[in-house]
Design a protein around this ligand. Sequence first.
Ligand SMILES: Nc1ncnc2c1ncn2[C@@H]1O[C@H](COP(=O)(O)OP(=O)(O)OP(=O)(O)O)[C@@H](O)[C@H]1O
Ligand code: SF4
Ligand SMILES: [Mg+2]
Length: 317
Amino acid sequence: MSAGKTRDTVLELSDISVRFPSGSDWLGRPTSHVHALNGVDLDVQRGETLGIVGESGCGKSTLAQVLLGLLQPSEGLVSGAAASDESALQIVFQDPQSSLNSRMRVWRVITEPVFARQRKSTMELRRLAVELAAKVGLREETLDRYPHEFSGGQRQRIAIARALSSDPDVIVLDEPTSALDISVQAQILNLLDELQRERSLTYIFISHDISVISHMCRRVAVMYLGQIVEIGDAASLLAHPRHPYTQLLLGSVPTLEEDGLGEFIEETELPSNRRLPSGCFFFDRCSFATEACRQPQQLIDGVRCCRAEELALTAAG
Ligand SMILES: Nc1ncnc2c1ncn2[C@@H]1O[C@H](COP(=O)(O)OP(=O)(O)OP(=O)(O)O)[C@@H](O)[C@H]1O
Ligand code: SF4
Ligand SMILES: [Mg+2]
């Protein structure tokens, strides 16, 4: 979205929490909960690519499921133009091997989301599959094959065609290229780029890979233990991360030993999402932690760290 254009929110999450029950006692009651999302506020603007990064288990896929309406949050509200419209939202998963129905011919796989929701004749569905196959660079004569007969990259093209079939506004891409070779990755990213321009699609792009995020996204949200700890313009966030966790993630840890701040990061275990810390969730791993950090941290001006401003000043010298 260009600067100056009015904001057009397609999806909005307000204070979303998701807890999964875990274990059970003799009465079948859960003995604990996994706190997968903990108070997530997020808006998605029409036409943008919003990146979501964070290490394994931080809640990225859970967030995707909530955005898609596939998972009811324990708390909070999902709203926005696309929220009430199933066909407006689609997803492409990391592993097209397991996400595509292996017993269906490719043209059926591609048109499945449409078949499920609209009354279309076989001929109409077939025609749609041919059109979408061409869009994603699949040859028409491959449409009668089965997904397992394709390479990883081609399967991901099938998954993208499938996602496009209901003419969605928003596509969630959950690690769409992580399982692919580098050269194939680039082809798929280019394809996604092209399709976005052509169809004014909104992408929510989940990835571990910072270089992919930096290539694809205008805005990026960094997640830690089910919270957004930093969010903002991708270029400036990646060049000047403000949250100590983002700095760790990007490997751009400032050396502040001479200022007496000591080693940046303690080698500690990831805190468990079964028992959340009461203050800053990053407390145990952050060596900038002080008493003030024992208070719950709010996301202020795009960063969830009460020391962010002070640390930036220190780093700037
Ligand atoms: N259906 C479920 N039942 C119980 N726990 C779950 C369920 N789905 C996810 N979790 C837990 O919630 C937390 C967040 O999981 P999620 O899959 O959202 O993480 P992620 O960031 O997508 O990780 P990855 O990068 O490995 O895909 C994890 O601790 C996970 O084990
Ligand atoms: S609030 Fe404190 S513990 Fe948390 S990231 Fe900031 S400095 Fe570190
Ligand atoms: Mg995931």
